[in-house]
Design a protein around this ligand. Structure first.
Ligand code: GLC
Length: 739
């Protein structure tokens, strides 16, 4: 008799509507490990923590994202019940190296955050693979980016309920957010180590982000100079060129605070060296620029040139600080210096050693360090685990091994931490060497919590109009992922910039928290003066506005330090009950009081702007605009595309050439009608602000009459004058210190 055949799986699969069904019905759950659910209240928000370990005798892995103080706050583990979890979150282990986590995405909800995403603000409807990788062709299908922050915000469309999910695992993971249009989110996580998920729920977005940033830490307030205009190029090839750029900035009166040295300052790309031929007077040149009010920062890549006579290589090798492959042979990868070795930044002793090398920068008066290629990126090498990956190679086949306190681990399990830990080493190095100064570190790669150590720029964009527009949603999502100090290369990195594009990019770039013009050697130069006098004058005017807004920008960083708010905010941050703003991602709020709506299309001289309720006034002056409607606004080249909220008081200074002049610059409170506004001053460089070493004034204007209250007085400021600008009428104001 013929045996009845069991239906093959694929036949059954044909009858299932979606991949989600397939998973639910067919995938077995082999989980036999340990999980625990704990709870903690952070900044008034209840946070649930679910720790999952695939082995019964092991705890979930250590967290790098969550700060130690918050880690201690969680209760003793309680009994785990899946029904307790928000969004019906549950998980399965479907293979020894593969976890799946599923959760509801209510029909009318939108998804945000997840770090650096080449996407509109709403991330729903596609897959997002988090595995740090450098691909310099930022086209819409690009999925793996330089920075992975596994924190998702799910917001209902009525904006009364916000969920946050932090999947704290630095391993490869792919988030499918309702790809199947079945109102589900599914994360595939390829890891053998386990993971921890933090879930929080709040009834407004600011509260949710406050608790997320309390959990993963907030940025220090950047030193004043780092908030200025940075000028960069790959590369300024020699000291004469660098000096000439600095002098030209001063001659052309384009405010600037920092010049940047890309890889060619080094001696054949050896880290912590400078070329003796092209930069023979390295420190003198840096000092000379400093005397012009210009700081210098340097790039630093993780790859160390493999060369016995190179001391950093020889020393690191002797101490066994470089990563090794599974078979114990040293791992070699090709980067700028040719075959190179890579420090294991997961190790504390390695970080201390790397930090100590920063003495090279400090001795040469280099003000800050730019960490690049730290995914790590190897030249001509494809993504080691592309978005379609289905399984995790055995530990010893994962490029190289790294060391965690609990033992050796394959690189892919912790890859998303590589750049984060490198940035941490730079931050801790600069802090140890200059304990009285807030370090400035810029990184390309990162993980949740990177804001504690570094600013982030979004890598190799192009001089394309599309990339100008895309910077807005990308930076909004970075801010909602807890990282406030961000920007993209103004003018675009790759390809050739043009006069019009550069002008439009400055119009927007002056509102990037991190504001740097940078370009690749493969494209035309794009310093502010290269496109002729007209363009130069426009850029001078625009950068001037950045400098005028410095006190406001500082205030926004204080706000971030207090409640985690990003500087670049979606409109729904402040107007959650206005359905009109949900899908707007070509405008944003720069703090509460300024709305930016730039032109991002070639040839356009006006655009339609949505004005939320209330009243608005063009930042550069003009008629009051009634909110709650769309309006076509003329925006000629060189116009600041921003509007102040009526009811705000924005502290400004006159245009200065460098933040070196900031402390003495008079402060002008621009009042947009009757209103209220804060002004905070500190020394702009030390950590004293963390010990009350700042002054905070609350200014109120009612019926045109000002009232000043001193909220905090902890800093003896150099003498400066204060003025009130009420509809163009300027009067002196006294800010009296309490006696
Ligand atoms: C990378 C960086 C870019 C830099 C270049 C050379 O592509 O992203 O900013 O200029 O390397 O160092």
């Amino acid at each position: 008799m013929k045996k009845t055949q069991e239906k093959p799986e694929w036949l059954e699969a044909r009858n299932l509507k979606t991949r989600e069904d397939l998973w639910l019905k067919l995938d077995k759950d082999i989980f036999a490990g340990k999980c625990s659910l704990t709870e903690h209240t952070i900044d008034g928000v209840r946070v649930l923590r679910l720790g999952v370990s695939p082995a019964i005798d092991r705890d979930p892995p250590l967290s790098f994202a969550v700060t130690e103080t918050e880690m201690d706050g969680f209760d003793q583990p309680g009994e785990f019940k899946e029904t307790d979890l928000p969004l019906n979150l549950f998980f399965k282990q479907i293979a020894e190296d593969h976890f799946r986590i599923g959760f509801d995405l209510p029909e009318k909800s939108q998804c945000f955050a997840l770090g650096e995403r080449l996407s509109d603000v709403n991330l729903r409807g596609r897959r997002h693979t988090l595995f740090n990788y450098s691909d310099n062709l930022h086209i819409p299908s690009l999925d793996t980016m330089y920075v992975s922050i596994p924190f998702l915000v799910v917001a209902d469309l009525h904006r009364s309920q916000y969920h946050g999910i932090l999947l704290d695992s630095p391993a490869w993971q792919s988030w499918s957010l309702d790809e199947e249009l079945n109102d589900r989110g599914v994360v595939d996580l390829l890891s053998r180590r386990g993971w921890t998920i933090y879930m929080m729920e709040a009834d407004c977005l600011p509260d949710l982000i406050a608790s997320y940033t309390a959990l993963t830490g907030r940025s220090k307030i950047p030193p004043d100079w780092a908030l200025g205009h940075h000028q960069s190029r790959w590369s300024y090839p020699d000291q004469e060129t660098l000096l000439a750029v600095g002098k030209k900035m001063r001659e052309s009166e384009i405010p600037c605070d920092c010049l940047v040295l890309d890889i060619d300052y080094m001696d054949e790309y050896r880290v912590f060296t400078h070329s003796k031929e092209r930069f023979p007077d390295f420190k003198q040149v840096v000092d000379e620029l400093d005397s012009l009010g210009l700081k210098t920062t340097c790039i630093l890549d993780p790859g160390v040139k493999k060369e016995e006579k190179f001391s950093v290589y020889a020393d690191g090798k002797k101490r066994d600080f470089f990563v090794r492959r599974g078979d114990q042979r040293p791992f070699l990868g090709k980067v700028w210096p040719g075959p190179s070795v890579f420090p294991d930044f997961l190790r504390h002793d390695v970080r201390v050693w790397w930090s100590a090398q920063h003495g090279f920068f400090v001795d040469n008066n280099i003000a800050g360090v730019w960490n690049d290629m730290n995914e790590p990126c190897l030249i001509d090498s494809p993504c080691p685990m592309p978005p379609q990956s289905k399984e995790l190679p055995p530990e010893d086949k994962q490029m190289f091994m790294q060391a965690l306190p609990e033992g050796k681990v394959g690189h892919y399990e912790v890859r998303n931490l590589y750049g984060f830990q490198m940035a941490r080493a730079s931050f801790e190095g600069l802090l140890a060497l200059r304990p009285d100064e807030r370090p400035f570190v810029l990184t390309r790669s990162g993980y949740a919590g990177v804001q504690r150590y570094s600013a982030v720029w979004l890598g190799d964009n192009m001089s394309w109009w599309e990339h100008l527009a895309l910077s807005i949603p990308m930076l909004i999502n970075m801010g909602l992922s807890g990282v406030p100090f961000t920007g993209v290369d103004v003018g675009g990195f790759g390809d050739n910039c043009s006069a019009e594009l550069l002008t439009r990019w400055y119009e927007l770039g002056i509102f990037y928290p991190f504001f740097r013009n940078h370009s690749s050697m493969l494209g035309v130069v794009q310093e502010p003066w290269v496109f002729g006098d007209k363009t130069e004058a426009r850029i001078r005017h625009l950068v001037g506005m950045r400098y005028r807004l410095l006190p406001y920008i500082k205030r926004l960083f204080f706000e971030h330090a207090r409640n985690g708010a990003p500087l670049i905010r979606p409109l729904f941050w402040s107007y959650p009950d206005d359905q009109e703003v949900y899908d707007i991602d070509d405008q944003f709020l720069f703090g509460d009081d300024i709305m930016v709506a730039p032109v991002t299309k070639r040839g356009h001289r006006s655009r339609v702007v949505y004005f939320p309720r209330g009243k608005w006034i063009p930042l550069e002056g003009g008629a009051v605009i009634e909110g709650g409607r769309y309006l076509r606004v003329e925006l000629e080249l060189g116009t600041v595309p921003a509007f102040a909220r009526v009811g705000s008081i924005i502290p400004t200074v006159p245009v200065i050439q460098s933040t070196r002049e900031y402390q003495q610059a008079p402060v002008i409170f621009k009042c947009f009608g009757d209103g209220i506004g804060l002004f905070i001053e500190d020394d702009g460089i030390s950590f004293e602000y963390e010990n009350d070493g700042y002054n905070e004034w609350l200014l109120t204007v009612l019926d045109g009459k000002p009232k000043v209250e001193c909220v905090n007085y902890g800093y003896i400021a150099p003498e400066r004058k204060y003025y009130l600008d009420l509809n163009g009428e300027v009067t002196e104001l006294r800010l009296q210190s309490p006696t």
